[in-house]
Design a protein around this ligand. Structure first.
Ligand code: XMP
Ligand code: MG
Length: 184
């Protein structure tokens, strides 16, 4: 399906039914991997709010949740490379098993920035769950992403938490910008 946001046209890339299935499987993996570890889920706002909510509904073990907020896109179609922090951590993560929940790893700048901060807090372990990963856009060295929803090409996407100039976060499906070559 094609949709219009502001002056841009987008088409369906991943339907919500697929997201639901994948999220359920990631939840099952986490239930096994973190049994008895009481992990802390740290959602990276704004984009990860929907994935965080759906993922946590699949987590059946004792766990905590909190959020941090970073921005690197500042509204447009490309990451500025400049990561700014808008909301700080409010749980002491020393000795805790942390699962960072991201909407998308694109250039990797945001995650790299946050992982450096996390290391200083001496957590027992840090894992990353990202709904989307753009392997071809990665610009920095990152540890392997432990839980990946979907790998996508180097294309701009909206929906399911992700936005174009603030719009589109409420869409259930994920859409990609029309006119961009799909890379596999
Ligand atoms: P980086 O480049 O630091 O990306 O890995 C970090 C954040 O930028 C947002 N992002 C996107 N948002 N469509 C969006 O709506 C995209 O294609 C896209 N790529 C990156 C997102 O919040 C991510 O966490
Ligand atoms: Mg994000």
């Amino acid at each position: 399906m094609a949709i219009q946001i502001k002056n841009k046209s987008f088409e369906t890339l991943i339907e919500y039914s697929m997201i639901e299935k994948r999220t359920r499987l990631i939840g099952i993996e986490i239930n096994v991997d973190y049994e008895d570890k009481q992990p802390v889920f740290v959602g990276v706002l704004n984009g990860a709010f929907m994935f965080m909510a759906d993922l946590m509904k699949e987590v059946k073990i004792p766990c905590e949740a909190t959020f941090v907020k970073f921005a690197s896109y500042h509204g447009g179609l490309k990451s500025s490379g400049q990561v700014t922090e808008h909301l700080a951590l409010d749980i002491d993560l020393a000795g805790r098993h942390v699962i960072v929940v991201e909407d998308i790893v694109d250039t990797g700048q945001t995650l790299k920035h946050f992982l450096q901060q996390l290391t200083q807090l001496n957590p027992a372990s840090v894992a990353i769950a990202s709904l989307l990963v753009k392997p071809k856009a990665l610009e920095v060295d990152l540890p392997a992403i432990d839980y990946v929803g979907f790998e996508i090409g180097n294309e701009f996407v909206v929906g399911y938490g992700l936005d174009y100039e603030g719009l589109g976060r409420n869409l259930c499906d994920i859409y990609r910008l029309n006119g961009e070559a799909e890379e596999s």
